[in-house]
Design a protein around this ligand. Structure first.
Ligand code: FAD
Length: 455
C-alpha cells in the first residue's frame, strides 16, 4: 500500500506544486511534511512578510495623510493586532491549501522523512516506495561564523516576523531582498533602522540603477545603510546588540536581524549516501530537475536556482509533467520575475546591463522617469522604468522602481519572455492614468517616438 508513482519529501512551494500537478496528471502521490504544508513561503516567508509590509504601508499612509488633504493621525502600531491580521491571512490560505491537497487525493504523511534507498523514504519507521522520489526539503536562514542566533536579540527572519513589539532600533545584517524588506517594514513601524551590507550596494543582484534608486529612496525615508563593509563581531549588553565592522565602525540596536542568505536543508537526510551529486549542500540537477541518480529529482530552494516561491512552483510542475511524459520545456531562469516588496518596490525580469554586456550583446537603453507618469504623481511616488534591448532586437531586461511596480511585472515578463521588440510593444494602448503607462511610454521612447518622455 505504500507504493506510489511519486514520493515527495517536503511540502513547501516546490513539493506541494509537484504533488498537485502530479495528482492532476493521474499519478499516485505521497507528500511527506514534518511541519506544515505550504512551507517557508506560506508560514515564514512571502505571505507573512507581505502582510507586514502592507501594515507598514497603511501606517505610512496615515502618517502622510495630510499630503493628500486628509486629516488623520498616525498614533502607534499594535503588534498584537498586526500579527492577528497577518496570521489570519496565513491561516485562511493554509486551510485552502490543505483542502486542495485533500481534494486531489494526495496521501499526506506528517513526520521527518529520510531517503533510505534510491526509491525509498522512511518516516517514523514506515517506508514509502516510489517509482520517482522528489526531494524538496527547502532552505534555512544562514548566519555567519561566530554569530550565534539567540532568537531574541540576534534573530533571523523566522523570529523577526513573529515579534510582538516594534523594536526601537534595529540593525539589519544583509542588504539583499529579505533584509531590505524588513528594513522597510520596521522603518514604517517607527524603528530606527541601519542596514549593513558587505557588497558595494543594496540588492546587489539587481541592476545597478535599481540599487541606486532604492538607496536614494531609503535615505529619504531615514533608513541608514553602510555598504561595502564586512561584519566583524557582535556583543550583547544592557543597551542591546553592538556590532563591529571590519572598518572599525560600531552600531548598537535593540535587535540584530541576520539576513545573510539561505542555505539548503540537505544534511543528514541520506542524500549523500544515495550518491547524489551535491555542491555546498545544494543538490545539482539537469534542466529538468533530474539528479544524477535515476528516479531522484530535486526542486525549490534545495537546488542552486533562484530562491523564489514561484520558481519552486515551476520546478515542481516541471518534474510532475516530465514524469507524466509531457516533455515540458525547461525553465528559462532569466525570464523569472523578481520583486523586492519594499517601499518603493523594485521589480525586474531579464538581464541587467552588466549581464547583457557580459553576454556580448550590443545594447540600447532607455530610462523612463516616473516623474512623467500621471498616476505616479497622484501616488506621490518616484522611480523609473529602465529597458535594456538588443540593438535592433528584442527587449533583454525590464527594471522598475516605484510604489506598486511589482504589479507591472506581469507585462514586463511577457515582453521579455515573448522576445518582443520596442516596436512590437509601442502600439499597445495602456490605460490612462495607470502606472502601466510608464512601461508603454518607455517602449515608445525606445522605438524612437517618445510621447511624454523628456530628453
Ligand atoms: C522572509 C522570507 C521572505 C520571502 N519572500 C518571498 C517572496 O515574497 N516571494 C517569493 O517568491 N519568495 C519569497 N521567499 C522565498 C520562498 O519562501 C522560498 O523560495 C520557497 O518557500 C522555497 O520553497 P521550497 O519548497 O523549496 O522550500 P520550503 O518552502 O522551505 O519547504 C520545504 C519544506 O520541507 C519540509 N522538510 C524539510 N526537511 C524535511 C524532512 N526531512 N522531512 C519532512 N519534511 C521536511 C519543511 O518543513 C518545509 O515545509 C521568501 C523567503 C523568506 C525566508
Amino acid at each position: 500500500m505504500n507504493d506510489f508513482d511519486l514520493v515527495i519529501l517536503g511540502g513547501g512551494s516546490g513539493g506541494y506544486a509537484c504533488a498537485l500537478r502530479g495528482a492532476q496528471l493521474g499519478l499516485s502521490v505521497v507528500l511527506i511534511e514534518q511541519d506544515k504544508v505550504g512551507g517557508t513561503c506560506l508560514h515564514r516567508g512571502c505571505i507573512p512578510t507581505k502582510a507586514l509590509l502592507h501594515a507598514g504601508e497603511v501606517a505610512d499612509n496615515a502618517r502622510h495623510a495630510s499630503d493628500f488633504g486628509v486629516n488623520a493621525e498616525f498614533i502607534s502600531i499594535d503588534m498584537l493586532a498586526v500579527n492577528a491580521y497577518k496570521d489570519g491571512v496565513i491561516s485562511k490560505l493554509y486551510k485552502g491549501l490543505q483542502g486542495l491537497v485533500k481534494s486531489r487525493n494526495i496521501t499526506t504523511v506528517e513526520g521527518h522523512g529520510r531517503l533510505v534507498a534510491q526509491n525509498q523514504v522512511e518516516v517514523n519507521g514506515t517506508v514509502y516506495t516510489g517509482k520517482n522520489v522528489v526531494l524538496a526539503t527547502g532552505s534555512y536562514a544562514k548566519t555567519l561564523p561566530g554569530l550565534e542566533i539567540d532568537g531574541t536579540q540576534i534573530i533571523t527572519s523566522n523570529e523577526a516576523m513573529a515579534l510582538d513589539y516594534v523594536p526601537k532600533s534595529a540593525i539589519v545584517l544583509g542588504g539583499g531582498v529579505i533584509g531590505c524588506e524588513f528594513a522597510s517594514v520596521w522603518n514604517s513601524f517607527g524603528s530606527d533602522v541601519t542596514i549593513v551590507e558587505g557588497l558595494p550596494r543594496l540588492i546587489a543582484l539587481e541592476d545597478e540603477t535599481s540599487s541606486k534608486q532604492l538607496e536614494r529612496a531609503y535615505r529619504k525615508r531615514g533608513i541608514k545603510f553602510e555598504v561595502g563593509v564586512k561584519f566583524a563581531s557582535a556583543t550583547k549588553g544592557p543597551e542591546g546588540v553592538t556590532i563591529t565592522l571590519e572598518n572599525g565602525a560600531t552600531h548598537t540596536a535593540d535587535v540584530l536581524l541576520v539576513a545573510v542568505g539561505r542555505g539548503p536543508v540537505s544534511a543528514n537526510l541520506g542524500y549523500e549516501e544515495a550518491g547524489i551529486t551535491m555542491d555546498r549542500g545544494y543538490i545539482l540537477v539537469d534542466n529538468k530537475c533530474r539528479t544524477n541518480v535515476p528516479g531522484i529529482w530535486a526542486v525549490g530552494d534545495l537546488i542552486p536556482t533562484l530562491q523564489l516561491a514561484h520558481v519552486g512552483f515551476a520546478e515542481g510542475i516541471l518534474v510532475a509533467e516530465e514524469i507524466a511524459g509531457l516533455n515540458p520545456r525547461p525553465i528559462n531562469y532569466d525570464g523569472v520575475p523578481r520583486v523586492t516588496y519594499s517601499e518603493p518596490e523594485v521589480a525586474s525580469v531579464g538581464l541587467t546591463t552588466a549581464q547583457a554586456k557580459e553576454r556580448g550583446y550590443e545594447i540600447v537603453e532607455i530610462n523612463y522617469d516616473l516623474a512623467g507618469n500621471g498616476k505616479a504623481n497622484i501616488l506621490k511616488t518616484s522611480g523609473s522604468v529602465k529597458l535594456i534591448a538588443q540593438k535592433d532586437g528584442p527587449v533583454l531586461g525590464v527594471h522598475m522602481v516605484g510604489s506598486r511596480v511589482g504589479e507591472l511585472l506581469a507585462e514586463g515578463q511577457l515582453i521579455y519572455n515573448w522576445e518582443a521588440t520596442a516596436n512590437d510593444v509601442a502600439p499597445f494602448i495602456h490605460a490612462h492614468p495607470t502606472l502601466s503607462e510608464a512601461l508603454g511610454e518607455a517602449h515608445l521612447a525606445l522605438a524612437g517616438k517618445p510621447l511624454h518622455a523628456h530628453g
